[in-house]
Write a protein that binds this ligand. Structure first.
Ligand SMILES: Cc1cc2nc3c(=O)[nH]c(=O)nc-3n(C[C@H](O)[C@H](O)[C@H](O)COP(=O)(O)OP(=O)(O)OC[C@H]3O[C@@H](n4cnc5c(N)ncnc54)[C@H](O)[C@@H]3O)c2cc1C
Length: 657
């Protein structure tokens, strides 16, 4: 790593040259840095908002899941079998599915060896359970805070390896160069990344020049108003979209019921104890009433649906008609359409509650859990006392007060498009890994995100060590690009002619996304939202809030990202993809979803032929967004004869373009 001072417009700023720059210190970025060192790449620097920032270290759930290859008993499993499960979710490329499956055991054991206490039996077998979209018992967990413990173990390792970490950095731009490929014996030009610009904690600009950038900035948490991503986490996919990086499957996200005062999924036991759902007027107190009974034929049916939400947590378009996802829709109607507030009250049963009226599944579960107790809170105390303590630790006493909830954004299956080494498909030397990499399609087993994040770090590091170990940044061309970008940034920072209130702007884009780009979608709403989004972007791109330069610049990439997401969603709906994954498409010409909901609640069914395709989206430098469906790559069945595979490995052929 080398430091140099750059003087531009009478300002001196630091320029750091580093071989591989890792942006982001979540579970994915930390592991990538460790793997770079393991592969002999010494000159590595992590820059991030902070080791305590991001989703991984700040989130969890009832039983936060890590999905992996089965490693227990007689559960027959193999990479191709796991890959088939990933692939079955639809709109996922087969080669990516096989890579995520093949590296699963390696990534998992690495975490175990770093001290993450994944449960095992007396013989060392890693016992598993079945998670959603899982045909086996491949899931594991260490409790509510799996990803936090992964981060802590990885941070210890980063420190042992003396990998430098710069915290308090906010990356505001990726730097790219369009290069002529004739020097590489190829026709045409290609874009590559050469570094990034950031602000430090005192809002001083910094420049980074790098051979490779591992982009591990997490999911797009900052795009939504109703969100269960931690409040500290906004994500930064917009920086790569602004640089022209291709994205895929942007519309595929996951939404579900979560508490909003303290952001946490109300899955598992929170639902299995069958709390009372109430809604109030906007003041959160007056006109409290149970709003759900009106929509069900019996109280027993309603309570059985609530029970099912325990392990059918994500909103699922297939479970809307006659299934448990109707609960999410009813909460949405109260909160978004009626402007009321919804709470779970664990202190009292829903009116008319009786165990006898529950479905066999719910009653048997509660009976076997010895939880046929008087109130939801008593049942929760019996089945999962930690669930009560968790809220108590965050200032909410479920024994004394109801818990406010909403349908929240939780995870983006889509993101930037990478190849099978997790390198961006159209910007060389840029490696999007973790949630910002959109390797997954419509459905994926719960816990796949954490596996995919680890796998991305292994892949990027191995490829960099074998193909990008040298220094190929063409400095005479690159330095003027850096200087120009720094000059533009300095000019932006003093751009006070048009001022904008950064909080109002943030709220506007988040409100638009939660309204038009979340789990309830419609052509009419998206056609309205897209031009509004671009109008906001033009305003945000021209003004700064002098009160907070960092947040103003963050608004620029968030605002750009939300406009690109909305464009991708509109394109998908216009193509006729219909309701799939964790989103429904509402349309007067669709099929009614519920006899007691009005005619506005008709949805377009899924056109499953789109599961064989992947939606790609890219923004040009003038902001024009292009989306296209491409056929998905099939699951590979490579020749696994040892001698020939070994030769290909020895010769480095596995790293071919
Ligand atoms: C409530 C909830 C429950 C979940 N449960 C599960 C589960 O059970 N199983 C599962 O597999 N997944 C789950 N997920 C998803 C999973 O936790 C995330 O996908 C994963 O932790 C993301 O890891 P990451 O390293 O990609 O990003 P993050 O952990 O979000 O890290 C991103 C990093 O980038 C940094 N960063 C971002 N922007 C910038 C910038 N501009 N400049 C500098 N630094 C920046 C951040 O500060 C942070 O260090 C859950 C998510 C949520 C919200």
């Amino acid at each position: 790593m080398q430091e140099q001072a750059l003087t531009i417009a009478d300002k001196t700023i630091s320029l750091t040259r580093v071989h591989t720059l890792v942006i982001g210190s979540g579970a994915a970025g930390l592991n990538a840095a460790v793997q770079l060192r393991v592969n002999g790449v010494e000159d590595v620097l992590i820059i991030s908002e902070g080791l305590d920032k991001g989703t991984s270290i700040n989130t969890g759930s009832d039983k936060q899941t890590y999905y992996k290859l089965s490693l227990c008993g007689r559960d027959a499993d193999a990479p191709e079998m796991l890959a088939e499960t990933y692939f079955a979710g639809g709109s996922m490329h087969g080669d990516l599915a096989l890579v995520e499956a093949s590296l699963s055991a390696r990534a998992f054991i690495h975490l175990v060896n770093l001290g993450v206490p994944f449960p095992r039996d007396a013989y060392g077998q890693f016992v598993g359970y079945k998670t959603d979209h899982d045909p086996r018992q491949r899931a594991t967990s260490i409790g509510p805070y799996t990803s936090r413990e992964m981060c802590r173990a990885l941070i210890r390792r980063v420190r042992e390896l003396n990998i430098p970490v710069r915290e308090g950095r906010n990356v505001v731009q990726l730097l790219t160069l369009d290069q002529d490929l004739s020097g590489f014996g190829k026709p045409g030009r290609s874009r590559r990344v050469i570094g990034a610009l950031a602000l430090d904690a005192a809002e001083n600009p910094e420049a980074y020049l790098a051979e490779n950038v591992i982009f591990a900035v997490g999911g797009p948490g900052g795009l939504y108003k109703t969100s269960v991503y931690p409040e500290v986490h906004t994500g930064a996919i917009g920086l790569a979209l602004l640089a022209g990086a291709k994205a895929q499957s942007l519309p595929e996200s996951q939404y579900g019921l979560a508490s909003i005062k303290f952001r946490w999924n109300v899955s598992g036991t929170y639902m299995q104890v069958i709390p009372r759902f109430i809604s109030t007027a906007a003041d959160g107190a007056s006109d409290a009433r149970e709003f759900m009974p009106a929509y069900f034929n019996s109280i027993g049916e309603m309570n059985s649906m609530v029970f099912l939400k325990g392990y059918q947590w994500p909103f699922d378009s297939r479970k809307v008609i006659g299934g448990s996802s109707i609960v999410d829709i009813l909460v949405y109607i109260e909160t978004v359409l009626k402007g009321r507030r919804v709470f779970l009250d664990f202190r009292e049963n829903p009116a008319g509650f009786s165990f006898e009226a529950l479905s066999d599944e719910a009653r048997t579960y509660l009976t076997r859990s010895e939880a046929l107790l008087e109130t939801p809170i008593a049942r929760l105390q019996k089945m999962n006392p930690g669930a009560i303590q968790l809220y108590l630790d965050h200032g909410i006493d479920l024994t004394q007060e109801p818990l406010e909830i909403a349908v929240c954004a939780q995870h983006n299956n889509g993101g930037l498009a990478g190849n099978l080494w997790w390198e961006s498909v159209n910007i060389k030397h840029l490696f999007p890994i973790g949630e910002v990499n959109g390797s997954h399609g419509v459905y994926r087993p719960g816990g796949s995100a954490l596996n995919a994040g680890q796998v991305g770090g292994f892949r990027a590091a191995e490829y960099i060590a074998n193909r990008y170990r040298g220094w190929t940044v063409d400095e005479p061309t690159a330095l003027p690009v850096v200087k120009q970008a720094v000059g533009d940034l300095l000019a932006s920072l003093t751009q006070t002619t048009a001022t904008v209130d950064w909080q109002a702007e943030r709220l506007e884009l988040q409100t638009r996304m939660s309204r038009a780009g979340a789990h309830i979608r419609s052509l009419a709403e998206l056609r309205r939202a897209v031009p509004e989004a671009w109008a906001q972007y033009r305003r945000v791109a021209q003004g700064m809030d002098p009160a907070n330069l960092t947040e103003s610049l963050r608004n620029r990439h968030l605002c750009f990202a939300h406009a690109v997401y909305l464009e991708a969603l509109l394109f998908a709906l216009e193509s006729g993809v219909g309701s799939r994954g964790s989103a429904i498409v509402v349309d007067p010409a669709g099929v009614p979803i519920h006899e007691k909901l009005g005619d506005t609640w008709r949805i377009i069914p899924e056109d499953e032929t789109f599961r064989e395709q992947v939606l790609e989206t890219v923004a040009a430098s003038d902001g024009a967004v292009t989306s296209a469906w491409v056929p998905r790559r099939p699951l590979p069945h490579p020749d696994s004869w040892f001698e020939t595979a070994w030769a290909r490995f020895r010769e480095g052929e596995i790293y071919a373009d």
